[in-house]
Design a protein around this ligand. Structure first.
Ligand SMILES: Cc1cc2nc3c(=O)[nH]c(=O)nc-3n(C[C@H](O)[C@H](O)[C@H](O)COP(=O)(O)OP(=O)(O)OC[C@H]3O[C@@H](n4cnc5c(N)ncnc54)[C@H](O)[C@@H]3O)c2cc1C
Length: 390
């Protein structure tokens, strides 16, 4: 990466093939980005058409073939035996992704093989809760190994099916969010809908620490928090579940440690996607007709029915049969004895009564959503961010 000589703007321009800002650079570049964002669009009139035109332009096509043909053989006499061995074949592993442009293209081609089959296999071993459609492209995008336009051109060359259609739609959603963030960088620090400011005032450091370390007593949430710490990746539904648990059940403000912690853990951290998504899960956007607070036990049963993900990341629950792993506190004393497991000792008791917190959060969020301020704010947000010409 080029060292900044003529200030941050020159640095941003000099970065190769990278439409986004890396986590390590964010604090350094944030002030200049904010100044640049402020000068951007006031609303999104005409933006969608401009986006389409830009994306139709040709992309840079990498050619990994050598320009000069390689000789049939090389003298190996002086080389140590391990160097003269052929390079190992590419083994795709989304749980420990190799970054870099070559790895990114190899991954995209591997994805094509999967998606073009009628039934793709699960791409990630460590994330059995991830849907089959997950593409694991976010880290390549965040590091600038692939651009959005390159991926969309690649998709256009593939036979049409629902996997590619889903991927295109999600990529467009990413682009939309980043563009909205460019218009309003305050989303990093402030609720998009100001009516939600000041509802989660109390900070509970014990809750926050339990959430971060994966010891809340709710297996799906704990497994997800331990998984992201080790792999830097979570599928969308688990990111949503953890953030919803933090903000809806623990009733903690996403700005006071939660969003920042996930940002530090995620390999694909991208400010323009991360903060708006955190706000959506905290239900702070105010654009929802009916507030529905997530149920962590129901989510565990739906997302991980055979508890494979939970048992992978929480070894302390492996002695239990899968159907008891979603809510282990419901076990009777007899069952605990039978499986040689003690709730509260082998695994923490739940830190909250989730049925009560669910009622509290639903009432409180519905109250704010119905307030005049929230409705005015929702109208303002719609006018500013709706894609007018799409
Ligand atoms: C609390 C929270 C924080 C998040 N933080 C980030 C982040 O820092 N960086 C990041 O790239 N994504 C973030 N996401 C969005 C989404 O979860 C990830 O993009 C996705 O899980 C990455 O995995 P994938 O490449 O397998 O995605 P797939 O599900 O296969 O989707 C393909 C691509 O579409 C885009 N995409 C998918 N879902 C979303 C979405 N909800 N919003 C915007 N774009 C999306 C991503 O670029 C992704 O790579 C966050 C979501 C939540 C709920």
């Amino acid at each position: 990466m080029v060292a900044p000589r003529n200030g941050h703007c020159a640095y941003l321009r000099a970065r190769p093939n990278c439409g986004t800002i890396l986590r390590s650079e964010w604090h350094y570049l944030a002030p200049i980005c904010r100044r640049r964002y402020r000068a951007r669009l006031k609303n999104r009139q005409g933006w969608d058409e401009r986006r389409r035109q830009t994306w139709r332009q040709a992309t840079y096509e990498p050619n990994f073939q050598l320009a000069v043909p390689a000789p049939d053989s090389l003298p190996t006499a002086d080389l140590p035996p391990d160097i003269s061995k052929p390079a190992p074949p590419f083994v795709p592993d989304p749980d420990a992704p190799a970054l870099g442009e070559t790895a990114a293209w190899q991954w995209l081609h591997h994805l094509a093989q999967q998606y073009n089959q009628a039934k793709p296999s699960r791409l990630s071993q460590l994330n059995p809760a991830a849907p089959l459609t997950d593409a694991h492209l976010s880290a390549y995008l965040a590091y600038g190994n692939l651009s959005l336009r390159q991926i969309l051109h690649f998709i256009r060359q593939q036979p049409r099916n629902r996997y590619w259609a889903t991927l295109s739609a999600r990529l467009l959603q990413r682009n939309d969010l980043i563009q909205q963030f460019e218009m309003d960088w305050r989303m990093e620090r402030e609720n998009l809908n100001f009516a939600f400011n000041g509802i989660r005032i109390k900070q509970n450091e014990t809750y926050l620490a339990a959430w971060k370390s994966g010891t809340t007593g709710f297996p799906l949430i704990d497994a997800a928090m331990r998984c992201v710490r080790q792999t830097g990746y979570l599928p969308f539904r688990l990111r949503a579940a953890t953030m919803a648990f933090l903000t809806q059940h623990l009733w903690l403000d996403w700005r006071k440690g939660g969003a920042a912690h996930l940002a530090q853990m995620l390999l694909d951290f991208e400010a323009g996607v991360h903060y708006p998504n955190c706000q959506q899960q905290a239900l702070c956007t105010g654009s929802i007709a009916e507030v529905r607070v997530a149920d962590p036990v129901k989510q565990a049963r739906t997302l991980d029915p055979d508890a494979a993900f939970i048992r992978h990341w929480l070894p302390e629950l492996r002695s239990l049969p899968p159907q008891l792993c979603h809510a282990p506190w419901l076990m009777t004393n007899l069952e605990q004895q039978l499986y040689g497991f003690q709730m509260g000792k082998d695994y923490p008791l739940p830190i909250i009564h989730y049925e009560q917190t669910q009622i509290f959060a639903t009432t409180e969020l519905n109250r704010v959503c119905r307030s005049l301020t929230a409705q005015r704010e929702t109208a303002r947000i719609n006018a500013r961010y709706a894609s007018i010409d799409s």
